[in-house]
Design a protein around this ligand. Sequence first.
Ligand SMILES: Cc1cc2nc3c(=O)[nH]c(=O)nc-3n(C[C@H](O)[C@H](O)[C@H](O)COP(=O)(O)OP(=O)(O)OC[C@H]3O[C@@H](n4cnc5c(N)ncnc54)[C@H](O)[C@@H]3O)c2cc1C
Length: 386
Amino acid sequence: MTTNKTPRIAIIGAGPAGLTLARILQTRSIATTVFERESHPDERPQGGSLDLHPEAGQLAVHLAGLDEQFRAVARYEDQGMRLLAKQGQILLENRPDQETGDRPEVDRTELRAILLDSLDTGVVRWGWDLRSVRQAHDKTYELLFEHGLSETFDLVVGADGAWSRVRPLLSSATPAYAGVTYIQFGLDDVDQQHPELALLVGHGSMFALADDKGLIAQRNGHGHIRVYAALRVPETWVSASGFDAGHPEMARTWLLDQFSDWDQSLLALIQESNDRFEVRSLYMLPVGHTWDFRAGVTLLGDAAHLMSPFGGEGVNLAMLDAVDLACALSNHQNLDDAVRSYEQTMFPRAQTAARGADQGLRMAIAPDAATSVPAFFRQQMSSGPV
Ligand SMILES: Cc1cc2nc3c(=O)[nH]c(=O)nc-3n(C[C@H](O)[C@H](O)[C@H](O)COP(=O)(O)OP(=O)(O)OC[C@H]3O[C@@H](n4cnc5c(N)ncnc54)[C@H](O)[C@@H]3O)c2cc1C
């Protein structure tokens, strides 16, 4: 980017999108400030395992100059996928190995750590929770934070996830409930403590889908398995029907009740779980969400195109957005051209992925999922890796 004065760039959110953008720009000598509302990097667990695709997440890692660091934490051995019937038998299995599989898994916490370690000291400001953004007369933007401080920037990049506080500057869209609620729980030290469940889930992800429900289990690093019990229910149904994440025994009993006619091998995921339960309703922005160009503001990742996780694309899109915006900012003469160019590339890509994620969720948590999902994957596998 060549301008008369160095533009001040603020990135809101130290998730995969914001940190990838900051890192790639840093390698191109473009300074940014990342504002993150969490008070420190370990304030909350960062979530499960993510598979990075070669043309998206892995490309971003490469442009960030972090190939070696990524290889050190990536799990090439965990790229498997299996579908089970609710009666417990395997319907379909895909087991790419280290040679054929090109979508290694990485724990979100470890991905965030390598990105954070690569940034210069002081780039990320922890405990800065954006409250609102105000445009000044000179077309700059004043960021107002919950602790009362404010700062002014030339470009504000909203990488602040589903409930973005930057998005209202560009769009009136808000996330809508996607019709499915996840109840998340996990099992620790599975190879030693739960060897049969380690075998059931395998090295990768396991899906058992039927009757508008699902048990989805995912091998994470450090011997952990993360499980989502998925239910197609109205938005407030889970809490209204008595589920209480704070009482693990009651939570387990409640869940076993929901899956009472499922095979014992699958129910063991619930019976042997640890005590950390969490309710996660799924939300999505409208498929094809866009906005009119506005100088000095843009969005990346979930802030721009929140979608259900059933496309398996969320983090890959977030990191690819960061690649495209970073390249645009380093290649264009001014901020406006860079932002326009980035948005024109990102909008159609996000629309395609959001449509796929929407269809995936409708198909997977559905009355006939036990037959439609295996048929879909068989067709996919015959035309290439899934
Ligand atoms: C249950 C579930 C499972 C998923 N599984 C997968 C998967 O297997 N594969 C996949 O690719 N994707 C998956 N996703 C999606 C993926 O997690 C997201 O697409 C991805 O994290 C988006 O990254 P992001 O950086 O845009 O946003 P986020 O990861 O949400 O990061 C946003 C950051 O902004 C910060 N922030 C928010 N508000 C403010 C504020 N006001 N001020 C300052 N900071 C703020 C947040 O604290 C956070 O650090 C899943 C999502 C869910 C809900």
